[in-house]
Design a binder for this molecule. Sequence first.
Ligand SMILES: [Ca+2]
Ligand SMILES: [Ca+2]
Ligand SMILES: [Ca+2]
Ligand SMILES: [Ca+2]
Length: 261
Amino acid sequence: MALTNVGTLTTAPAHFQDSVNTAEAEDVYKFTIADGSPLNLNIAVHDLSGNAINTPRVQLFKDNGDGSFDRFTDHFESGGSVGIDRAINDQLVGGTYFAVVDKNPFTTSESYSIDLSTTARPAPGNVIGSNLIGVESALTFDGIHNNPFGGLNNGNTSDMYALHMDSRQVVSLKLDGLSADADLRVINDKNHNRIVDAGEVIASSTHGGSQSESITLSTAGVSPGNNQTTAVLPGDFYVEVSQFSGTTNYDLHAVSTIIPG
Ligand SMILES: [Ca+2]
Ligand SMILES: [Ca+2]
Ligand SMILES: [Ca+2]
Ligand SMILES: [Ca+2]
């Protein structure tokens, strides 16, 4: 076991690159969440070697008070292979935690990068989701996307989807089927560091209660005065569905139209 002491997490992500292999199948990252109001913890893995299925597993444990990691006595919080976006996004209170990266049993060696951060809980009108982009699932235009593992809750405050925009394309995003307050935003990771930096949130929708949310993106121009649509250049984007409060399932719809040139 390789143990890394990360210290107290902040909004500025802590970044590590490592590998797990048959000689060392487990990497442990020990970190502290500051006392005070609950924060959103964000952990994302990316730069994975191998294919998308046989990848390392990341799990989160809360220390039982002795300061050292033991998966049988420390409290399992979340993680495993259930995340649709290979990320952990948990609402946590202060304490000592361990993020544990385990080698996939079907491979002999896997390299990875891991980022860890905290972000504030969302405030009214202000979407604060994860500021880390993990290995996301792709958003396609042929059905409804949701999280089959329970939607959004205090143990999964964010789901991230990848969206590619071609030229002369209009994509309408709609988030509905809500029973609590969730929000929607679109991120353009301009510097490709898989961190949501200042100026990289290009659209957001933040209605209250269980109202639906919608965002429309267009690479085919936007008529003047149309403030319902965000003009973008063709390229790659991330669509984030995040918890404002409570527990809710959701349906994320993406409808694509190509405008003849
Ligand atoms: Ca312990
Ligand atoms: Ca998630
Ligand atoms: Ca970025
Ligand atoms: Ca909302």
